[in-house]
Design a protein. Structure first.
Length: 104
């Protein structure tokens, strides 16, 4: 009887974890792994800024964060450009072959 009650109590929780899962956030398919690392590095630099105690620490951390932020943005732009170029190339190839389904 207790096993049945335990199963009933745990059913919604286990179903929630299966369906929604804790890692439900996915990155865009065009973002590369290197860019994801840069995003994580940027978040760490921001945390360093927020946790800095003195003005000099804060200024140094801000300079590092600014540079990391620029690199991350460049990387994202390059990834998106490459992704769009690949889509255009695929669409052109499909158009030459007459494959309408692949174009859409």
């Amino acid at each position: 009887m207790k096993d049945n009650q335990k199963g009933i109590k745990e059913a919604p929780t286990s179903t929630y974890q299966e369906v929604l899962s804790f890692n439900s956030h996915r990155h865009k398919e065009w973002i590369s792994i290197e860019t994801l690392f840069r995003i994580r590095e940027r978040k760490n630099k921001k945390t360093t800024i927020n946790n800095s105690r003195t003005r000099t620490e804060r200024v140094k951390a801000q300079v590092e964060y600014t540079e990391t932020n620029k690199q991350m943005k460049r990387s994202i732009r390059a990834d998106k450009w490459k992704y769009v170029e690949d889509l255009v190339t695929t669409a052109d190839k499909a158009a030459r072959e007459g494959n309408v389904k692949q174009i859409i």
